[in-house]
Design a protein around this ligand. Sequence first.
Ligand SMILES: [Zn+2]
Ligand SMILES: [Zn+2]
Length: 138
Amino acid sequence: MSAETNNASAVTGSCLCGGVAFSAPRFDGPVVACHCTQCRKTSGHFVAATRAKRAYIKFSSDETLTWFRSSPEAERGFCNRCGGNLFWRRIDSDNMSIMAGALDAPTDLHLTRHIYVADKGDYYDIDDGFETFGGSDE
Ligand SMILES: [Zn+2]
Ligand SMILES: [Zn+2]
């Protein structure tokens, strides 16, 4: 355990009903907005998520956490009671994306880019000046 995993500074998060509650001591990325069709269909708009090592995410409750296999490579975690969108992860990855809206302030995070804008809904524009990518930013 390094100082970076000091639990005193962990950011907490939860779904709306509290059936899923967790904390993460540190994040490995900024907040990225994803406009892909899957994110649109599961969230009702688009998703904004940061990322953390799976091993660092501690659950104080996972009572209502359910995983939906959304593609051959990935799955999405949501609350089966209130419907909150919480997580996205590649099956074979050590990382997990965390929906930023589920986090409690202060997060010390900032949205920096938009990805999969080629798939975005046709009812809004992206004009906040942040970097945009037609597909993945990788
Ligand atoms: Zn819930
Ligand atoms: Zn997406």
